[in-house]
Write a protein that binds this ligand. Structure first.
Ligand code: PLP
Length: 266
C-alpha cells in the first residue's frame, strides 16, 4: 500500500525534482527501490514518516533512508507531544539550514542570516514528549500482542485480508488495518464499520476519502481515478481497528468476536 517504485520512472518530467513516499500504518516504503530510481533520475527523496516512529528496515531506523523524513508527534501517533514533529535529515549542511529556517534565521546574537519562521517545538510539548517516550516501547509491545490476536482471529475470515509485513521490516505498530473485499465477504467495509459502531466500537476508514477525490485536488489531471486504480480500490476496503495497549488481548478478542458475529449474521 506504499508507492510503487516500478511506476515512478514513467511519471518523471523535466520539472520533477523529488519523490515523496509515505510510510503507511507502520510499514515502510520500498526504500531501496525508490533510492535506485532517485539516483537514476537525479531526484531527492522525501518521506512522510508520520506513521513510522520506530519502523525499521533491515534493522535500520527508517529515517536513515532518503534525504529527509518528517515525523509527526500529533496526539494520535504512537509517540507524541500533543502536537509537533521532527524532521530527520542525513546531510549536516541541510540540517544546519533547517535549524536556521525554524528559528527565524537567527545564527547567533548578532547575525540573522536568512528569513525563517518560528518552527520550534515549545518546552511544554517537549516535556510531554519526554514523558511519553518512556512508555513507547511497552505500548508497542502491547500493540504487538493485539496484532497477533487480530491476525489469528480475522486472518481466516472470508474476504478479509490482514496486513502481513515482509520479514525485513519491523512495524512501528501505529495502526492495525484489515481489508474487506465486498465481493467475497458477507459484508462490505462500510457496513462493517457501521455495525461496529452499533457495538460502540469506533473503527476508522483510514484513508477514506482519498485526497485525490477532494474538491481541492480532484480537478488535477494526476488525480483522476484511472491514474490511481490501486489507491481507489484500497480506499474502499481498509478499516483501521481499535489499536491501543490498554485495549488488552481480551479487548482485541471481543472486537474479533463482534466482527465474527457481524459476518455470521449478514
Ligand atoms: C498525522 C499524519 C500527518 C500530519 O501530521 P501533523 O503532525 O498533523 O502535521 C501527515 N501524514 C500522515 C500519513 C499522518 O498520519
Amino acid at each position: 500500500m506504499t508507492i510503487d517504485p516500478t511506476r515512478i520512472g514513467e511519471l518523471v518530467t523535466e520539472r520533477t525534482t523529488g519523490i515523496l513516499g509515505v510510510h503507511v500504518y507502520g510499514m515502510a516504503c520500498d526504500v531501496d527501490g525508490i533510492q535506485k530510481i532517485a539516483e537514476e533520475y537525479g531526484l531527492r527523496v522525501l518521506y512522510d514518516g508520520a506513521h513510522s516512529f520506530g519502523t525499521e528496515v533491515d534493522g535500520r531506523p527508517v529515517a536513515q533512508f532518503g534525504d529527509a523524513t518528517m515525523f509527526s508527534f500529533h496526539a494520535t501517533k504512537l509517540f507524541h507531544s500533543a502536537e509537533g514533529g521532527a524532521l530527520a535529515v542525513l546531510d549536516p549542511l541541510l540540517k544546519n539550514r533547517i535549524d536556521l529556517l525554524k528559528n527565524f534565521g537567527i545564527k547567533n546574537e548578532n547575525e540573522v542570516v536568512m528569513p525563517g519562521i518560528n518552527g520550534k517545538m515549545n518546552e511544554i510539548q517537549a516535556a510531554l514528549g519526554l514523558v511519553v517516550l518512556r512508555h513507547v516501547d511497552a505500548e508497542r509491545e502491547a500493540r504487538g500482542r493485539l496484532a497477533k490476536v487480530y491476525d489469528e482471529r480475522l486472518g481466516s475470515l472470508e474476504g478479509v485480508s490482514v496486513f502481513s509485513l515482509p520479514g525485513h521490516v519491523r512495524s512501528s505498530m501505529q495502526y492495525y488495518v484489515i481489508r474487506v473485499d465486498e465481493k467475497v465477504a458477507p459484508v462490505g467495509r462500510d457496513r462493517l464499520y457501521e455495525k461496529l459502531r452499533e457495538f460502540n466500537v469506533f473503527s476508522r476508514r483510514y484513508f477514506h476519502p482519498l485526497c485525490s477525490s477532494l474538491n481541492c485536488y480532484r480537478s488535477h489531471p494526476s488525480a483522476s481515478p484511472q491514474n490511481l486504480p490501486v489507491a481507489n480500490r484500497i480506499a474502499g476496503e481498509v478499516l483501521a481497528l481499535p489499536f491501543f495497549g490498554a485495549l488488552g488481548v481480551e479487548g482485541a478478542n471481543r472486537v474479533s468476536d463482534m466482527i465474527h458475529h457481524i459476518f455470521q449474521n449478514s
